[in-house]
Write a protein that binds this ligand. Structure first.
Ligand code: HEC
Length: 136
């Protein structure tokens, strides 16, 4: 019985060692907490999203965030809408970089009455992409 426990522990230790790489990646991915009792200062914006100082995920591209924009923003921000400027191209989005950053940081868009609420995770992806310099 005891020797059995020992080998079990040894196997667990070996598994843990193999897991170190994956754990390091997981830590990197979660290094910017969006909630929890003690958020880092960079994540302290009023509505709980984290505004990154650096690029948290270099693989983020316009192609990755475009489906979010299309579903949650372009419904109003399209060419035919008078009040809301079109958000229908990467360039149009880049031109409004600062404004988009501001409204997302304060969770001001989509408007509360919109039928397309933006989840924190989606908002975070767009903010992360902006933090990465909005790569194509
Ligand atoms: C229900 C329609 C609707 C949706 C959905 C919507 N918007 Fe808007 N948005 C508007 C309207 C209308 C305006 C212009 C009037 C205003 O400023 O309130 C606007 C204005 C803005 C502005 C300009 C604010 C400023 O400072 O001038 C930004 C930036 C913006 N929206 C970003 C977004 C983003 C990003 C999304 C998606 C996450 C989004 N909007 C979704 C209707 C919408």
């Amino acid at each position: 019985m005891r020797s059995g426990d020992g080998s079990l522990a040894a196997r667990a230790a070996r598994r843990a060692q193999r897991g170190v790489g994956a754990t390091a990646i997981a830590l990197l991915l979660t290094a910017c907490p969006t909630d929890g009792p003690d958020p880092a200062p960079a994540c302290s914006s009023g509505c709980g999203v984290c505004v990154p100082d650096t690029c948290p995920d270099p693989s983020l591209t316009y192609a990755k965030v475009q489906p979010i924009l299309a579903a949650k923003c372009v419904v109003c921000h399209h060419d035919k809408q008078q009040d809301a400027w079109p958000m229908t191209s990467a360039q149009a989005v880049k031109d409004k970089r600062d404004e988009i950053h501001t409204v997302l940081q304060h969770c001001q868009m989509p408007p509360p009455e919109a039928k397309t609420p933006l989840s924190k995770a989606e908002s975070q992806q767009i903010l992360d992409w902006i933090g990465c310099g909005m790569p194509d």
